[in-house]
Structures are given as structure tokens and as C-alpha cells.
Ligand binder design. Structure first.
Ligand SMILES: NC(=O)c1ccc[n+]([C@@H]2O[C@H](COP(=O)([O-])OP(=O)(O)OC[C@H]3O[C@@H](n4cnc5c(N)ncnc54)[C@H](OP(=O)(O)O)[C@@H]3O)[C@@H](O)[C@H]2O)c1
Length: 255
């Protein structure tokens, strides 16, 4: 049985209608947190995640907001405040992108990806920090990717935005740690989710190649990212500050 060390806490996980965000939302609920399931288009899927969380004995609500539009962030927090009156954990997971190589990038591609993947995290954090300050406890975990530090085909827009997410994580961590608000990032290796179908590549080839190259012999599962995020929200992880934790089965250490 999983220890419920997050009992009494409320977590907002952006992009938790599916994929890695869904697994993070469930992992936090398994440890006792009530969860705000955020989505953009897939409201039905988000409702199903909320139902799964309720089956674990926790409260869950669904909020919808396009994180490309800063004006949509305020109503999302007003809903959270009216339903829960607090927010203790923020997971910046939602992401979008355009599958282009670097010289094909237009300003529109750049803005779209930066706004959703990086700038929205700062907007959400500014909104959530007063709640965390009030209780003297908060956890912020941003989801980045190896493309923030290295290059991948068609990944330039997302890779640039993830480099910003990792730097943002460090700046936030330094400013907030003394207030009991601990900020880190998690960088998963390749995880089989719907996101992969956006890339114009032979997916099976990519999966086979990555599985074979990974020292652990397989891809990372969404649940394994959820477990690491939940650990970062535990007291045992309180002195991990401003770090990007790589969860890739060892892929990144092989030359
Ligand atoms: N999959 C991988 O291999 C991998 C590897 C490393 C890092 N990551 C990172 O892990 C995170 C989750 O990835 P994933 O593979 O689970 O992605 P995914 O399956 O594509 O899910 C993306 C989530 O983000 C939401 N979203 C997309 N655009 C949005 C917008 N404009 N406003 C608000 N929400 C928006 C989606 O909402 P709707 O469902 O409502 O559309 C969905 O919940 C991302 O930060 C990604 O970069 C993934």
C-alpha cells in the first residue's frame, strides 16, 4: 500500500488528460493529494482521469485552459480557488510543438511553442506561489525533455522551449527555496504517448532503436515519471533544489 504523505494537499497537473500528465496526476492521488486535472481539447479523457482519481478516494476536478493564452490562466485559478481554496503542488507538464528543423522555424512557431511550454509555467507559478507562501509549503515540478540539452530531428522548437524550462526551473528554485517552495524539473527519456505521432518519422523504428540503445533495455513508462514526480513532492526530496532529474533508463549516458 502506498503511503499517503500528500494527504490534505491539492495538486494542479497541466496536461493531465493523457500521457505522462495523466500518470503524474494518478501518482499524486495515490499518495493522498486531491488533483486538478487540466486539459485543452480532450475533456472526456480528462473526466475519465478525474473518475480514476475519485476511485482512489481523492477529490478531482477538471479545468480547461489554452495555455497559449495568458488570459485563460486566471479563470483556471479562480475555479481552483472556489473549489479547493488552495494549491500546494504545481506540475508544469502540458506541451505542444511544431515538428520543424531549426532553419524552418518561423516567429509563429517559436512563439506558439515558447508560450505553451515555457511562458505558461511562469504565469501559473506567479499565480500559485501566494497559496504556497501562505502555507509555507509548496512543490513545483516542471517536465522537460532531453531535447532541452541535446538535438533531435524535428525537435528544434520544443527543444528550445525545454532549455528555457530548465533555466526557469533553476531561477524559480533559487528565489523560492527559503519559503519552503521546492522547484525541480524531470526529464523523461522516450515515453510512448500520443505526442510521438506528431513527428514525421517511422515511430516503430524510433521505438526499437531507443529501446535497444537504452541500458535498461526498454522505454520509460508514464507511471515511472509519475513516481519520480511524487518522490520530488515528498519530504525525503526536500533538499533536491533546482535540479533536472533525468529518467531515461540510462539512455543519455551512453556515447
Ligand atoms: N512522450 C515523450 O517521449 C516525452 C519525452 C520527454 C518529455 N516529454 C514531456 O512530457 C510532457 C507530457 O508529454 P506527453 O508525451 O504525455 O504529451 P501528450 O500525450 O501530447 O499530452 C500533452 C498534454 O498537453 C495538453 N496540451 C497541449 N497543448 C496545450 C495547450 N495549448 N494548452 C493546454 N494544454 C495543452 C494536452 O491537452 P489535451 O489532451 O486536452 O489536448 C495533453 O494533456 C511534455 O512536457 C513533453 O514535452 C515527453
Amino acid at each position: 500500500m502506498t503511503e499517503k504523505y500528500l494527504e490534505g494537499k491539492v495538486a494542479l497537473v497541466t496536461g493531465s488528460s493523457r500521457g505522462i500528465g495523466r500518470a503524474i496526476a494518478l501518482a499524486l492521488a495515490q499518495r493522498g493529494a486531491d488533483v486538478v486535472v487540466h486539459c485543452l481539447r480532450k475533456q472526456e479523457a480528462a473526466r475519465q482521469v478525474a473518475t480514476e482519481i475519485e476511485a482512489l478516494g481523492q477529490r478531482a476536478i477538471v479545468v480547461k485552459a489554452n495555455l497559449a493564452e495568458p488570459a485563460k490562466i486566471e479563470p483556471m485559478f479562480e475555479t481552483i480557488e472556489s473549489q479547493f481554496g488552495r494549491c500546494d503542488i504545481f506540475v508544469g507538464n502540458a506541451a505542444s510543438g511544431v515538428p520543424k528543423n531549426i532553419l524552418e522555424l518561423t516567429d509563429k512557431h517559436w512563439d506558439w511553442t515558447m508560450d505553451i511550454n515555457a511562458r505558461s509555467i511562469l504565469h501559473c507559478v506567479k499565480r500559485v506561489v501566494p497559496h504556497m507562501e501562505q502555507s509555507g509549503w509548496g512543490r513545483i515540478v516542471n517536465i522537460t525533455s532531453p531535447g532541452g540539452q541535446r538535438t533531435l530531428p524535428y525537435y528544434s522548437a520544443v527543444g528550445l522551449s525545454k532549455a528555457v524550462v530548465e533555466s526557469l526551473t533553476r531561477y524559480l528554485a533559487v528565489d523560492l527555496a527559503r519559503k519552503g517552495i521546492i522547484v525541480n524539473a524531470v526529464s523523461p527519456g522516450l515515453v510512448k504517448t500520443e505526442a510521438l505521432s506528431a513527428f514525421p518519422v517511422d515511430l516503430q523504428n524510433v521505438v526499437n532503436f531507443a529501446s535497444q540503445r537504452t541500458p535498461a533495455g526498454r522505454l520509460v513508462k508514464p507511471e515511472e515519471i509519475g513516481q519520480v514526480v511524487a518522490f520530488l513532492c515528498s519530504e525525503g526530496a526536500a533538499m533536491i533544489v533546482g535540479q533536472t532529474i533525468v529518467v531515461d533508463g540510462g539512455y543519455g549516458v551512453v556515447l
